[in-house]
Write a protein that binds this ligand. Structure first.
Ligand SMILES: [Zn+2]
Length: 268
């Protein structure tokens, strides 16, 4: 890297701290636009409201939050869920139709809220920004040395790529989000067993298509054991909900009708 590029890199990196809450909010709005461009949102108010209500049940256990959380249903058959900056949470229809009860779905949503509230998404954004600045500085440096124009050096991520990078969480982050879910679920009235129970489905799905929800370490079977142990160590209040009197099943059927089977898992 040239001297000029080194100086540029040092200057830009010095400006990288933890993302402020208001910057994260702005970024969340831009992220939402990007995601909307590349994913198809299920624009059904009944399904959206169902998912949002579960999210709000979890949020109520947390006290005042810096972000306005939003919950969006993405029309996609794969099991997946992801978080954007500023409290934007996305759940695939493939996840909703594969959950066996509302506690499992609440577990997935709580896990994603955990990533946002622990600022994991903000941290990943800072990491990728530093990396892309580094890449650009290196290319600019090479350009200066080689006498080539630096134009075209910017290779910033957009849409799906950005969603993937912002959601590539490490072992510690996943554990923290799982811990958050195990604690928040019973406070919201849901059986925390929903989370390990959903991991069983992920384990059964096995290798072929690894959804983002479990793309990083540790493996779902390990998370299944860890979360079960954490739940066993808690003293839980009675009357925790696992199902919601057939509401989830109605939502699942509705998704099936609205997507005419396209949101069903691929069974090749
Ligand atoms: Zn996660």
């Amino acid at each position: 890297m040239s001297r000029a590029a080194q100086v540029l890199l040092a200057v830009v990196l010095a400006g990288c701290g933890t993302l402020s809450v208001s910057d994260e909010e702005d970024l969340g709005v831009r992220f939402e636009r990007e995601v909307r461009r590349e994913y198809r949102f299920l624009g059904d108010p009944v399904v959206n409201q169902y998912v949002t209500r579960i999210g709000e049940d979890i949020l109520r256990t947390m006290g005042p939050q810096p972000f306005e959380y939003t919950f969006t249903v993405v029309e996609h058959p794969d099991i997946n869920a992801f978080a954007g900056p500023g409290g934007h949470i996305y759940v695939h229809t493939g996840t909703i139709v594969r959950t066996r009860n509302v506690a499992e779905l609440a577990g997935v949503i709580a896990h994603e809220i955990g990533h946002v509230s622990h600022r994991h998404v903000a941290k990943n954004y800072e990491k990728q920004r530093a990396a892309s600045v580094g890449r650009r500085a290196a290319v600019i440096g090479a350009g200066i040395l080689g006498g080539q124009p630096a134009a075209g050096a910017a290779n910033l991520l957009t849409g799906v790529g950005l969603a993937a990078v912002l959601n590539s969480f490490g072992r510690e982050d996943e554990r923290e989000a799982d811990d958050f879910a195990v604690n928040a679920l019973p406070q919201a009235g849901y059986d925390p067993e929903g989370l390990p129970s959903f991991f069983e489905t992920l384990v059964a799905e096995g290798g072929a298509k690894v959804p983002q929800f479990l793309s990083s370490h540790p493996a779902p079977d390990e998370r299944l054991e860890t979360t079960r142990a954490a739940i066993a160590a808690e003293s839980l209040p009675p009357d925790l909900r696992s199902d919601d009197n057939g509401k989830l099943e109605i939502i699942q059927q509705r998704i099936g009708l609205l997507t005419r089977g396209s949101a069903q898992p691929d069974r090749r």
